[in-house]
Design a protein around this ligand. Structure first.
Ligand code: NAD
Ligand code: UDP
Length: 351
C-alpha cells in the first residue's frame, strides 16, 4: 500500500523528525565525543572530524563500528568539501597549556577554522553551532557574567590567542548571519568537566583527580582563592542540543554553565576528601592573566531554552573520579610538553 504523503502544512514536524547529516569538528575531544554519542543515539548520520591534537581515538572507539558514525582525520584550518545539514564547530584546544603551546595556530584554528566552517554552512545551507567560551569575558569586572557583558580581555597576553580568537569567531558568526543569512547558534561554555577529559589535559579538575589517584601533590596555582563554576558534561550537552534545536530567533550568544561557584582551594580539598588520597596540596605561581573569578548568569538559557544544570559538583566529581580510576593512565599520550608556567616565564624573559 502506498503511504499517503503529508499535507504541506504537516511537513515541518515531519522534516524535524528526519535524521540529519551532522558534522562535529573536534568530535574526538572531551565534549565532542559526548556530543557524537548523543547524536548517534538519536539516529543521525554523524561525521566526526578531528586532527587528534589534544585527543586520542579511545574517546570514540566505541562508535567506530556504528553504521551512522564516520571518522575523518582533518585539520579545520584547511578547506574541506562536505554535504551536511548541521555543523557543530568544537575543534580547538581548550586547555590553557595546549592552546598556549602554539598560540598562532590557536588563533588560526579559531578564525580560519570558523571561516572554513561558515563557508561550508553558507554553501550547504547548514545550521552551524559555535563552541565559544566564558574566556570572551576575560578577567571579568562584572559578576556573575551575563551575555550583555563585553568583557575585560588583554589583547596581547598569553591567553589572548584563545580569548581573542574565540571573540573574532563570534564576530564572524554574526557577520555571516547578518550578511549571508547563515543560521547560527553561539554558546559560551563555562568550565566543564567529566569522563573522557584527557588525563594530561592540564585543566584543573583532571589535574587534581589524576594527581590524587597517583599519590602526587595537588598543584594549586596562586593562593587558590580564584573561583570557577564547574558544569558536568551531561548537563552541558543538554544545553548544546536545546540551543541547536531551539528557535532560530535565538541564535545566542548563550551562557551554558553551572552557577555553583567554588574556589580552586575548595575544589582541591573536595578531591582530596573524595579520593581519600594521602597527597599534599602545594602552591605554585599563578600563570599570567589567570581570571580571578568566573560564574555564569544563566537567566537567558533558562528563559529561552528552559535549560538549567542538574548535577551538583560532588555528584559529577564522583562519576569523573570513577572514570579516571577505570582507565589505564599510562595509555595516554601527553598532547604537548607545555606547562601552565612556560608561557608566563617566556613572557618575562625567564628561560
Ligand atoms: P578538547 O581539547 O578535549 O577537544 C578539542 C578537540 O579539537 C580535540 O579532539 C582536538 O584534537 C581537536 N582539534 C584541535 N585543533 C583542531 C584542528 N585544527 N582541526 C581539527 N580538530 C582539532 O577540548 P573540549 O573541552 O572538548 O573543548 C571543545 C570546544 O569547547 C573547544 O572549542 C573549546 O574552546 C570549547 N570550550 C570548552 C570548555 C570546557 O570547559 N571543556 C570551556 C569553554 C569552551
Ligand atoms: N589550576 C590550578 N592547578 C592546576 C590547574 C589549574 O590551580 O593544576 C587553576 C588555574 O590557574 C585556574 C583554574 O585552576 O585558576 C582553572 O584552570 P583551568 O586550566 O582548568 O581552566 P581556565 O578556567 O583557567 O581556562
Amino acid at each position: 500500500m502506498v503511504k499517503k504523503l503529508p499535507e504541506a502544512s504537516d511537513s515541518e514536524p515531519i522534516m524535524k523528525a528526519c535524521f540529519k547529516r551532522i558534522l562535529v569538528t573536534g568530535g574526538a575531544g572531551f565534549l565532542g565525543s559526548h556530543l557524537c554519542d548523543r547524536l548517534v543515539e538519536q539516529g543521525h548520520d554523524v561525521i566526526c572530524l578531528d586532527n587528534f591534537f589534544t585527543s586520542q581515538k579511545n574517546t570514540i572507539e566505541h562508535l567506530l563500528n556504528r553504521p551512522n558514525f564516520e571518522l575523518l582525520r582533518h585539520d579545520i584550518t584547511r578547506d574541506i568539501w562536505l554535504e551536511v545539514d548541521e555543523i557543530y564547530n568544537l575543534a580547538c584546544p581548550a586547555s590553557p597549556v595546549h592552546y598556549q603551546y602554539n598560540p598562532i595556530k590557536t588563533t588560526k584554528v579559531s578564525v580560519v577554522g570558523a571561516i572554513n566552517m561558515l563557508g561550508m554552512a553558507k554553501r550547504t545551507g547548514a545550521k552551524i553551532f559555535q563552541a565559544s567560551t566564558s574566556e570572551v569575558y576575560g578577567d571579568p569586572e562584572i559578576h556573575p557574567q551575563p551575555e550583555s557583558y563585553r568583557g575585560n580581555v588583554n589583547p596581547i597576553g598569553v591567553r589572548s590567542c584563545y580569548d581573542e580568537g574565540k571573540r573574532c569567531a563570534e564576530t564572524l558568526f554574526f557577520d555571516y548571519h547578518r550578511s549571508n543569512g547563515v543560521n547560527i547558534r553561539v554558546v559560551r561554555i563555562f568550565n566543564t568537566y567529566g569522563p573522557r577529559m584527557h588525563p594530561y589535559d592540564g585543566r584543573v579538575v583532571s589535574n587534581f583527580i589524576v594527581q590524587a589517584l597517583k599519590g602526587e601533590n595537588l598543584t594549586i596555582y596562586g593562593d587558590g582563592s580564584q573561583t570557577r563554576s564547574f558544569c558536568y558534561v551531561d548537563d552541558l550537552i543538554n544545553g548544546f542540543l536545546a540551543l541547536m534545536d531551539g528557535p532560530d530567533s535565538f541564535p545566542g550568544p548563550c551562557n551554558i554553565g553551572n552557577p555553583g561557584e567554588f574556589t580552586v582551594q575548595e575544589l582541591a580539598e573536595l578531591v582530596v576528601e573524595m579520593t581519600g588520597t594521602g597527597s599534599e596540596i602545594i602552591y605554585m605561581p599563578l600563570p599570567a592573566d589567570d581570571p580571578t573569578q568566573r560564574k555564569p548568569d544563566i537567566t537567558l538559557a533558562k528563559e529561552k531554552l528552559g535549560w538549567e544544570p542538574e548535577i551538583p559538583l560532588r555528584q559529577g566529581l564522583e562519576k569523573t573520579i570513577d572514570y579516571f580510576k577505570s582507565v589505564d593512565l599510562d595509555s595516554f599520550r601527553q598532547p604537548t610538553s607545555h606547562t601552565a608556567h612556560k608561557s608566563t616565564e617566556m613572557e618575562k624573559g625567564v628561560s
